[in-house]
Design a protein around this ligand. Structure first.
Ligand code: MEV
Length: 432
């Protein structure tokens, strides 16, 4: 049983580790060494990481890889990806190479509006509330000027505020539903600060002008951003899909069927979309964006028609294969981690210092490419062949194979099917 602790956050890092070992890791003989071996020897860099969150005891490494050869709107990109799953970067690179000679990826930002809400309750007459809202709306916007001035100078800011009656869904429940343009910032802090100011003005003025009080429940942005949309697409004549073992007509048809299945079958749609998120999350993480917000928003969008469904779509029309996706993405290339984390800055430099709109397009392409690679494997060889080839190194590392052993075994599996037991057998045989 672990002990409760108070004032933990005030302890030094070393004291926190001592407490952790004493209370949770007393039987783990390497605990202190493992925690400390991930500390960076550059103390300033370590301190930067320590200060991202509370109670940091060490760093958690993930691989940072790059997938080259992405042609997006005729421009070449190398896409940085942060992810632990063995096959994701390889699959991205393969899809990039495949489409590079077939016209590349075409993308378009369809909209960039973000949303925030002040949720409140009110028990009086709707008309009185509506009249009050109409009269106070200019002041809601003007009282937020200290927050919005800089954003407005750059061309963004508050787009609109609406009063929404939600009383049929929940007794006495109303919203101020606000829309924003946040340009290259993801905008969470900007939006939340504006909303909290709206709430302050709203309640102060309501006390003066409304017979019945309003009660603010909370003010917060929405991570559902169906009006911050990007589209990515690939297309080519069906015959151009030909590759060495692939009949292009059969492949195109099976591919479209696989997408159609994900469109109508939620069990498949979740896995299908998970594969898309393999690509999206990896770039979102590498570029210092909030992958939880992106995940929540995209999955909500996948259910927008009442049933969870595929994010991608495909068709064959007049001999042309087209595969596309429209997704909501609220991303930033300024502010937050983008100006703090050295690797994030580097990732953005690899991408040529993209605007938020550029990044939306790059991330959408990473998702579409990942789905293309997954469906291509699933509808032809099956997923395990490529997956296990990439996973081979993980199994070898589990068995602490030396570099010489790795070289020999990787060579052996160029012509043999990789399974966990086959790799174990090969290692044992080699070591005899
Ligand atoms: C594995 O991480 C992702 C896949 O399962 C996606 C899919 O099934 O489409 C391969």
């Amino acid at each position: 049983m672990s002990a409760l602790v108070s004032g933990f956050s005030k302890l030094s890092k070393t004291e926190k580790i001592d407490w952790l070992i004493k209370n949770h890791l007393s039987t783990h003989k390497d605990a202190e060494h493992i925690l400390k071996q991930y500390w960076n020897s550059d103390e300033k860099l370590q301190q930067l990481h320590d200060e991202f969150i509370e109670n940091t005891v060490t760093n958690y490494y993930l691989p940072f890889g790059v997938a080259p050869n992405f042609v997006i709107n005729d421009k070449i990109y190398t896409i940085p990806m942060t992810i632990e799953e063995s096959s994701v970067v390889a699959a991205a690179s393969k899809a990039a190479k495949f489409w590079q000679s077939r016209g590349g990826f075409k993308t378009k930002v369809l909209s960039t509006t973000k949303i925030g809400q002040v949720h409140f309750t009110y028990k009086g007459q709707l008309q009185a509330l509506q009249d009050f809202f109409n009269s106070v709306k200019p002041q809601l916007i003007s009282d937020a000027k200290p927050i919005t001035t800089n954003m407005e100078k750059r061309g963004g800011g508050i787009l609109d505020i609406k009063l929404i009656d939600k009383t049929t869904a929940l007794d006495h429940y109303y919203q101020l539903h606000a829309t924003f343009e946040t340009l290259d910032a993801m905008g969470a802090n900007f939006i939340n600060s504006c909303l909290e100011q709206f709430a302050k003005t709203f309640i102060a003025e309501a006390e003066k002008h409304l017979a019945q009080p309003i009660d603010i429940v909370m003010s917060i942005l929405s991570n559902y951003v169906p009006e911050c949309l990007v589209r990515a697409e690939v297309s080519c004549p069906v015959e151009d899909l030909a590759e060495k073992d692939i009949n292009p007509e059969q492949f195109a048809e099976k591919f479209v069927q696989a997408v159609n299945i994900a469109e109508v079958e939620p069990y498949r749609a979740v896995t299908h979309n998970k594969g898309i998120m393999n690509g999206i999350d990896a770039v979102v993480l590498a570029t210092g964006n909030d992958f939880r917000a992106v995940e929540a928003g995209i999955h909500a969008y996948a259910s927008k028609d009442g049933q969870y469904s595929s994010l991608t779509h495909a068709k064959i029309e007049n001999g042309i294969f087209t595969f596309w996706m429209e997704i909501p993405l609220a991303l930033g290339t300024v502010g937050g981690l983008t100006s703090l984390h050295p690797l994030v800055k580097l990732a953005l430099d690899i991408l040529g210092k993209p605007t938020a709109k550029d990044l939306m397009q790059i991330v959408a392409v990473a998702g579409l490419a990942q789905n293309f690679a997954a469906l291509r494997s699933l509808t032809t060889t099956g997923i395990q062949e490529g997956h296990m080839k990439m996973h081979l190194m993980n199994i070898l590392n589990q068995f602490e194979a030396t570099n010489v052993e790795k070289k020999q075994i990787v060579n052996h599996f160029k012509t043999h099917v990789v399974t966990h037991s086959a790799v174990v057998e090969a290692i044992e045989k080699l070591r005899q």
